[in-house]
Design a protein around this ligand. Structure first.
Ligand SMILES: CC(=O)CC(=O)SCCNC(=O)CCNC(=O)[C@H](O)C(C)(C)COP(=O)(O)OP(=O)(O)OC[C@H]1O[C@@H](n2cnc3c(N)ncnc32)[C@H](O)[C@@H]1OP(=O)(O)O
Length: 422
């Protein structure tokens, strides 16, 4: 069976905001809706029946079980447009694009939107098992006395809401705790981490100055730019920041780690025929993607390094080398995870020790995250994949030719890579 080419025809996002800043009282739907509406306006999709919209949020409230469909029904798309919720940590956005892209490739749909959102400021709290049990029992009690008796049964501490800690359930460590181990194991220096973070901010500031983001961000709730960008940062300032996860001997800081972030993004994908019929130019094509998992309970240093294997498999299928790309977009969850990934791809001994057949090659740092990466733009988990795909598609479209490589690491030891071609 012949597969169809998967075209990227549009992209939009809202400005990303550090948690508890611009979008404090906004939920997932409040953030996703303007990202979708901006896409719909820009690409004249009002009233259109799309094949499907897929996406998600890494963290949702109970009431948001059909978040994407609920949000789609509040847009001006034809309300018969179906939608699907996906969730896969920080690779949610890119996996949504793979899902929609595969349906287009198979001819099941002609068009679709891949989207992602994270409302970290509005994150749900959990209740203790004892409180939950008491509330459920109280609900079943017939008499007021019985209800009160149940409600008085939990201890005071059981009434305390349990906040999100972002820990890996299998290790009890947060992402930063794992990545601190990564930095030590792969000998990633503080200076190199700060240098990568500094460059991320510089690249993004330049991209803003050149107007790169002008036609891809919908201002909303009083914010018209990503608010994590620091034009006043410097290597000297970064060097003064205290370690965040290992206070004594750590090298990860607030400057070389992503902050918790609110934001949303959306990518419009289509077959070539649909794009032509709707008079929409093609920015780039998705030609390959790969997902990999990695063991990280014994080898805690490897939690965010699954893209190392995804890249190896993908390049083999694409019959390409790592050096063959014009641009690289590597998600900067932490500077240390990016640098460890690059080191394994480049270094003979490390590659072998890691289980690669051979080194994948060296990436020209001048081609890496040239419009800024997650350290500068910040990182609303499920929205990062869409941001990266949209950014790279626009870079390739402006160049008019070429190939781009994407790598996104994720919690639970997973990672996704993708190739875009103009
Ligand atoms: C989830 C997945 O599937 C995969 C992934 O992507 S993993 C990544 C997931 N993300 C995370 O785990 C988030 C990790 N981040 C954190 O936990 C927190 O942001 C953190 C502990 C690193 C820092 O938290 P914090 O201390 O509250 O940060 P914050 O107050 O903003 O900054 C601390 C200081 O550094 C300064 N700073 C931060 N970045 C700076 C920069 N680039 N330049 C100069 N100064 C900077 C701030 O101005 C602040 O200074 P003051 O104390 O003088 O105000």
């Amino acid at each position: 069976m012949e597969t169809k080419k998967v075209a990227i025809v549009g992209y939009n996002r809202i400005p990303f905001a550090r948690m508890n800043t611009a979008y404090t009282d906004k939920g997932n739907q409040d953030l996703l809706l303007p990202a979708l509406n901006g896409l719909i306006d820009r690409y004249h999709l009002k009233g259109k029946l799309l094949g499907e919209v897929a996406g998600g949020a890494t963290i949702k409230h109970i009431s948001e079980s059909n978040l994407i469909r609920e949000t789609v029904m509040n847009t001006s798309l034809d309300p018969a447009t179906p939608a699907c919720d996906l969730q896969q940590a920080c690779d949610t956005g890119i996996e949504a694009a793979v899902y929609i892209g595969n349906k287009i490739a198979l001819g099941q749909i002609e068009s679709g939107i891949a989207c992602g959102v994270e409302a970290m400021s509005n994150i749900p709290f959990e209740s203790s098992p004892r409180l939950r049990k008491a509330l459920l029992k109280a609900n079943k009690e017939k008499s007021a006395f019985g209800k009160i008796k149940q409600l008085l049964s939990p201890k005071l501490k059981d009434w305390m809401p349990i906040p999100y800690k972002g820990q890996e359930p299998k290790t009890g460590l947060v992402m930063g705790g794992h990545t601190e181990i990564t930095a030590k194991y792969y000998e990633i220096s503080r200076e190199d981490q700060d240098e990568l973070a500094f460059r991320s901010h510089q690249n993004m500031a330049k991209a803003y100055d050149e107007g790169f983001f002008n036609d891809m961000i919908t201002p909303v709730y009083g914010l018209d730019k990503d608010n994590n960008l620091r034009r006043d940062t410097s290597l000297e300032k970064l060097a003064t920041l205290k370690p965040a996860f290992d206070k004594q001997n750590g090298t990860l800081t607030a400057g070389n780690s992503t902050p918790f972030t609110d934001g949303a993004s959306a990518v419009l994908l289509a077959s070539e025929e649909w794009a032509k019929a709707n008079d929409l130019p093609i920015l780039a094509y998705i030609t390959f993607s790969e997902i990999a998992g990695i063991e990280y309970v014994e080898n805690k240093q490897n939690l965010l390094l699954a893209p190392v294997f995804a890249a190896e498999r993908m390049l083999k299928k694409a019959e390409m080398n790592l050096e063959d790309f014009d641009y690289y977009e590597i998600h900067e969850a932490f500077a240390a995870q990016v640098l460890a990934t690059l080191k394994i791809w480049e270094n003979d001994d490390l590659a072998k020790k890691f289980g690669l057949e051979k080194t994948l090659g060296k990436i020209d740092r001048n081609k890496l995250n040239i419009k800024g990466g997650s350290l500068a733009v910040a990182h609303p988990f499920a929205a990062t994949g869409g941001r990266i795909i949209g950014t790279l598609a626009k870079i390739l479209n402006e160049k008019g030719s070429g190939k781009g490589f994407i790598s996104i690491c994720a919690a639970r030891g997973q990672g996704v890579t993708m190739i875009l071609e103009k």
